[in-house]
Design a protein around this ligand. Sequence first.
Ligand code: 5AD
Length: 376
Amino acid sequence: MTHAHAIDSREVAAWLKGAYPGGDAALFAQARLVQDELVGPEVRLRGLLEVSNYCGCDCLYCGIRRNAAVPRFDLSDADIGAAADQCVAAGFGSMTVQAGERRDQAFVERVTGIVTAIKERTRSERLPEGLGITLSVGEQSTSVYSQWRAAGAHRYLLRIETSDPDLFARLHPARQRYETRVAALRSLKATGFQLGTGVMIGIPGQSEEQLAADIIFFRDVDADMIGMGPYIPSRAAMFAPVSADGGGAPPSADVLTPDRSPRERLRLTLRMIAATRIVLGDVNIAATTALQALSATGREAGLRAGANVLMPIVTPVQARGGYQLYDGKPCVDEESAACAACTPWRAARAGRPVIRDAWGDAPHATTSAYRKGDQS
Ligand code: 5AD
């Protein structure tokens, strides 16, 4: 492979510090070269549906964690069906179904039901296998993953958040363990899901060396998709007590107060996208909504730095305010139709064509012997 790059994590850390030969412009240009050759210039679209903000986890940074004082919602089946229809109508060949993490049987069955229903209602001449479905509903047992895979979901997003076990431990209550998260990622691969993972960038105390190690981690778990975004503080998360093993007090400020400015976090995220593209090559990389929280054109910048996936939000507008993982989340007051129109426009502004009516799997997933990919 022309662009296979012998990984030296010290070299990657240097890029993240801005020391790529020729500077960031050259780093991003190299990432685009790799992208054009290995995944093509086209942007893949997934409608992002935030189904529920009920959550059993208490990740210290997250605005919908269990103890955060926010009203909880759960979309109706009718809302979910309507959102799926909108994705089909807009030509998004895929949908990402995300929710807070729950492990009770009712939730497991509900997700199975949602996947089955979306598949049934979206099979057509246009999409013979229905919408591609990505799930993003947290750590589960292997048998639950198998059940959801059998129901028709074929991709799964579960961020490692940081591959450094000590930093992970600082950000989560003790019962949420790093080892369990890694085991869930391996179990997802074994179950036959295309695997997505990622990290937050600019976590207080996080170094460029740790971020370079994150990219090596992505390679080692054989990720097919990467979703990364800047860390952005959430007041709801900061002021809520930490449950049980956290002693009931709010998290200390040094864990959650950013030590890099929004500009620095934006720049670091773009460098991470580019470095990930150069090191991993043929994976899908999302330009996430959080980038746009730091800059009005953050997602376009992500596409120019090597990202090839956009995830327009299709959550009904009345529920959007309830799904604020961080403060200042953009698009909270937008109707889904506005997001559906805005996203291709953003791709065009970044000089990119979009793929319509296709699942848009990463070549990394579809060319592997053990994975079947697109319906086409
Ligand atoms: N800032 C940025 N990203 C966040 N997430 C949760 N809270 C925040 C925050 N404060 C991200 C996590 C999670 C994803 C669903 O949202 O990375 O995996």
